[in-house]
Design a protein around this ligand. Structure first.
Ligand code: PLP
Length: 392
C-alpha cells in the first residue's frame, strides 16, 4: 500500500527534533554532526539566533500580502543583492527550480523582445542539475530524471561536459538563446568548471550575444568562499539562479539579471503568489547581512583550507576507500573507491550526516560558520567510518 507520503525518496531511518549550529538531535538525544546542511541550505547552521529573531519578529507582524502590493522586506533584499552582484534586478521565487523556470522564460522573452524569436534554444551540459520542474528536467536532460515524463519541454540541446569543440560548434547555431550551467556541479558530483573555461564561455557568449545563465543554487551564497562562485573567474553572467542558502532554511529563491537580459519581462509576463513574501524576505535579509560580508567570507576560506587539508589526510590514510578530494570552498566532494552508499551508511553509523552525489561522490556541505573543532570532529568520524569498511 502506498505511504501517505508519495514515495519518491529513499529516506534514511533518521528523524530530527532539534538542531543547534552544525548539530542535529534525534528525539532520544542522539546527536549527529551535520555536514549536509539540508543540501547546502542551512548556511548558518541550525537555529542561528539572528535568523530565528528575524523570522519570529516578522511572524508576529505580517506573513503574507502577495505581490499585488509593495513588500519593503523584498525591496530591501533586492537592494542588497543588486549592490553585491552583477545584477540590476531580481525576482523572488520559493525554490531553485522556479528560478530555472524564470531563467528559461526570460532568455526566450529577451530574444522575442529583440525581434529574434527564432533564438529559443537553451544549451545545457550533461551531468547538470537544475531542479525537478518540466524546464529543470529538460535542461538537465538526464534519463534518470526524464524517463516517463515525456513529452519533454522542447528547445534544449545537450553538450558533453568539458568538450570544448562540441561547445564551440554548438554556440554557432543561429537558434541559440542562452547557455545554462552550474559553476560547480553539485548533484553531478562536485565538479568545478575551471576559471579559464568560464572566461572562455563568457567570451563565446559575448561574440554571439548568447545569454549566460549561471545556476548558483547550490554553489552560491558564500559556499565556495566568494558570495557567488563565478566571482573566482572574474566574469559575470547575464542571468543567475539562486536558492538553497539564501533562505538559510526558509524556502526562498531568486532570479537575478542584468537590465539588458530582463528587458522582455514587463508587467504581467511573470508572477508568483508566495515568491518574496515578507516572512521569506525577512530571513533572506538576515542571511545576506551575515554572509555578504568580506570578513565572514574570509573565514569561510580559512575553514575551507582547514577542511580540505584534513580531508587530503583522510584520503591518504584510506586509499582503498577514497580516491580524491575535490570541489571549492566548503563545497567538497570525496570521490569514493567503494560504493558511496556504503560510506554513507558507515558515516551514519558514526553519527555523521553527509550527502551522496553522482559519480560515486560523497558531498560535504557544512554550515559556512562551522566551528573548527567540528571540522576536526567530522573528519575523525569519517576516518572511523572508512576504517569500519575495510577489514583490518
Ligand atoms: C537544488 C538545486 C536546484 C533545484 O532547487 P530546488 O529548490 O530543489 O527546486 C537547481 N539547481 C541546482 C544547481 C541545485 O543544486
Amino acid at each position: 500500500m502506498i505511504s501517505p507520503i508519495l514515495p519518491t525518496y529513499n529516506r534514511a531511518p533518521l528523524s530530527f527534533v532539534s538542531g543547534e549550529g552544525s548539530w542535529l538531535v534525534e528525539a532520544d538525544g542522539r546527536r549527529f554532526l551535520d555536514l549536509g546542511s539540508g543540501i547546502a541550505v542551512n548556511v548558518l547552521g541550525h537555529a542561528h539566533p539572528a535568523l530565528t529573531a528575524a523570522l519570529t519578529a516578522q511572524a508576529g507582524q505580517l506573513w503574507h500580502t502577495s505581490n499585488l502590493y509593495h513588500i519593503p522586506q523584498q525591496e530591501a533584499l533586492a537592494d542588497k543583492l543588486v549592490a553585491a552582484t552583477f545584477a540590476d534586478t531580481c525576482f523572488f521565487t520559493n525554490s531553485g527550480t522556479e528560478s530555472c523556470e524564470l531563467a528559461v522564460k526570460m532568455a526566450r522573452k529577451y530574444w522575442t523582445a529583440k525581434d529574434q524569436p527564432e533564438r529559443s534554444v537553451i544549451l545545457a551540459f550533461t551531468g547538470s542539475f537544475h531542479g525537478r520542474s518540466s524546464a529543470g528536467i529538460a535542461a538537465a536532460g538526464s534519463e534518470k530524471m526524464t524517463a516517463g515524463f515525456g513529452p519533454l519541454l522542447p528547445g534544449f540541446r545537450h553538450l558533453p561536459f568539458g568538450d570544448h569543440e562540441a561547445l564551440t560548434e554548438a554556440m554557432k547555431a543561429p537558434d541559440v538563446a542562452a547557455i545554462i550551467l552550474e559553476p560547480v556541479q553539485g548533484e553531478g558530483g562536485i565538479v568545478p568548471v575551471p576559471d579559464q573555461c568560464l572566461k572562455g564561455l563568457r567570451d563565446a557568449c559575448d561574440a554571439t550575444g548568447t545569454l549566460l545563465i549561471l545556476d548558483e543554487v547550490q554553489c552560491g551564497m558564500g559556499r565556495t568562499g566568494k558570495l557567488f562562485a563565478h566571482e573566482w573567474a572574474g566574469i559575470t553572467p547575464d542571468i543567475m539562479m539562486v536558492a538553497k542558502g539564501i533562505g538559510g532554511g526558509f524556502p526562498l529563491g531568486a532570479l537575478l539579471a542584468t537590465e539588458e537580459a530582463a528587458q522582455g519581462m514587463t508587467a504581467g509576463t511573470h508572477g508568483s503568489t508566495y515568491g518574496g513574501n515578507p516572512l521569506a524576505c525577512a530571513v533572506g535579509n538576515a542571511v545576506m547581512e551575515i554572509v555578504a560580508d568580506d570578513a565572514f567570507l574570509a573565514e569561510v576560506n580559512r575553514k575551507a583550507g582547514l577542511m580540505r587539508q584534513a580531508l587530503e589526510g583522510l584520503v591518504a590514510a584510506h586509499p582503498d576507500v577514497f580516491e580524491a578530494v575535490r570541489g571549492a570552498g566548503l563545497m567538497l566532494g570525496l570521490k569514493c573507491k567503494v560504493p558511496n552508499a556504503d560510506v554513507l551508511q558507515a558515516a551514519y553509523g558514526q553519527d555523521l550526516c553527509v550527502v551522496p552525489a553522482a559519480d560515486n561522490v560523497l558531498r560535504l556541505l557544512p554550515a559556512l560558520n562551522i566551528e573548527d573543532a567540528d571540522i576536526r570532529e567530522a573528519v575523525a568520524r569519517l576516518d572511523r567510518a572508512a576504517a569500519s569498511l575495510v577489514p583490518a
